[in-house]
Design a protein around this ligand. Structure first.
Ligand code: GLY
Length: 334
């Protein structure tokens, strides 16, 4: 059984197929008229998919380091050598690294060709593969070069999640936890396919309302301000979704101190994180002062320290949060 969630963006609209075995739909979602496909993947991805048309497999390196302009150049040169034209397409099969790279290569090759993402990780299925944010890192920072370039279709095959290492799967639940507070409600009561589809539906609705992050899309960064600071500070052992989980607990504590939420809602934050066996507190070795300084450098910090916080009107962006409140909330999660 598969669930189809549309991402409604006028002429750039596309379906996200969620469910066990939806990888079999790949030949059907190859863009019309594409005679050849560049299939981008990584050596560790245990899925060999057949797009049903002539294709060139391009294996990119593992890890975040693969998200570089050098690798984009290599991909584009391989496609040029293989004679892919602007009518052809890219398929990315992998996690966020692969789909971000494949999407960005698609955005720039021949000034933009069509692409399909087959997301193999939970983090990718509920977040990275949906919404058209593509890009690569620079030595100076993550995702500093990129483009909004929407896929033609996304396949979220939940069978693929069974092959993930348990910690990777649990990390993905950090992004799922976020959606509880973006109107998702009791997502933990749903089965996996329905839960993934519910997250995709929320993301699709937010992206449809604000494709290029002019405002509302920032709510998708719930829990991410602290997560990004933790990731920049380094010296810890947390995966992205785990850092987001700590960030969600922290965002709750900040909202509580600002009187935006009550103890019951704070308890709901803790309950959700526990339901997914996710951490609620800062790992040892991180300096709270350094984290507070890093908030000021966060890309959303246009006017004082900006946070995405829960409240009576749901999760929204709040500008000018006082540093003493942030420091106090930090103590609460130590
Ligand atoms: N991952 C946040 C966004 O897609 O906007």
């Amino acid at each position: 059984m598969s669930i189809v969630v549309p991402v409604e963006l006028a002429e750039r609209s596309y379906p996200v197929h969620v469910g066990a075995g939806v990888r079999e739909l790949l030949p059907e979602v190859i863009p019309e008229g594409a005679k050849r496909v560049a299939l981008i993947t990584q050596a560790g991805i245990p899925w060999e998919l057949d797009p049903g048309v002539d294709h060139e497999v391009i294996v990119v390196p593992d890890g975040e380091e693969a998200k570089s302009l050098t690798v984009v150049e290599q991909i584009c040169r391989r496609m040029a050598t293989a004679g892919l034209t602007r009518a052809d397409a890219i398929v990315g099969v992998g996690g966020g690294v692969v789909t971000d790279l494949a999407g960005f290569a698609a955005a720039v090759y021949h000034r933009g060709i069509r692409f399909v993402s087959v997301s193999t990780t939970l983090l990718g299925q509920v977040d990275a593969a949906i919404g058209g944010k593509t890009g690569v890192n620079l030595p100076e920072g993550k995702n500093l070069v990129g483009a909004f370039w929407q896929p033609s279709a996304v396949l979220c095959d939940t069978d693929m999640l069974a092959t993930l290492p348990p910690r990777e799967f649990r990390s993905g639940m950090g992004e799922v936890a976020k959606y509880h507070f973006l109107g998702g409600g009791r997502l933990d009561a749903l089965g996996l396919d329905e839960r993934v589809a519910a997250c995709v539906r929320i993301k699709a609705e937010v992206v449809a309302a604000d494709e290029r992050e002019g405002g509302r899309r920032a709510i998708l960064n719930y829990g991410h301000t602290l997560a990004h600071a933790i990731e920049t500070a380094g010296g810890y052992d947390l995966r992205h979704g785990e850092a987001v989980a700590v960030g969600i607990a922290y965002a709750g504590e900040v909202a509580l101190r600002l009187g935006r939420i009550g103890e019951d809602r704070m308890a709901e934050h803790r309950r959700v994180l526990s339901a997914y066996d996710l951490p609620h507190s800062l790992p040892p070795g991180l300096d709270p002062e350094q984290l507070l300084d890093l908030f000021q450098r966060d890309k959303k910090a246009i006017d004082g320290i900006t946070f995405v916080l829960d409240g009576d009107h749901g999760v929204e962006t709040v500008v000018g949060v006082d540093r003493t409140v942030l420091a106090d909330a930090m103590e609460a999660i130590r």
